[in-house]
Design a protein around this ligand. Structure first.
Ligand SMILES: [Zn+2]
Length: 123
């Protein structure tokens, strides 16, 4: 778990999303058990629940690939190790905006700088 704490805030957001999916899937399957008297409803709820849990597994695998591509950096503000995705990301410990792009240094933090089109329009 300690190693996962160094993931960037973006990865944290996706991770939270995956966790919500797992819980929603379990809740829906629980609803399926409650509705076991109505066979078709139980079946639909179970299939939905399984689908959500499968989807969350896919998201977790995706996080794994993303974190391999993430760049480990030491935050200049709090001096804790963090990982960043894309050119602009926030430190997950102190929310300090970080950038890998020297051209963007000193500019106001904007997640849109990860978008190539936006960058070119704002040169
Ligand atoms: Zn920091």
């Amino acid at each position: 778990m300690a190693q996962q704490m160094t993931y960037s805030s973006k990865i944290n957001k996706i991770r939270t999303f995956a966790l919500i999916l797992v819980f929603a899937g379990i809740l829906i399957m629980y609803g399926g058990i409650m509705a076991r008297r109505i066979e078709w409803l139980m079946l639909i709820l179970f299939v939905l629940g399984v689908l959500m849990i499968v989807l969350s597994c896919v998201v977790y695998i995706w996080i794994g690939t993303l974190s391999l591509r993430a760049v480990p950096v030491i935050c200049p503000n709090c001096e804790k190790p963090t990982k960043m995705l894309g050119r602009v990301d926030a430190c997950m410990h102190c929310k300090e905006p970080l950038t890998l792009d020297k051209n963007l240094e000193g500019k106001e933090f904007d997640e849109r700088y990860n978008n190539r089109k936006f960058r070119e329009e704002n040169k």
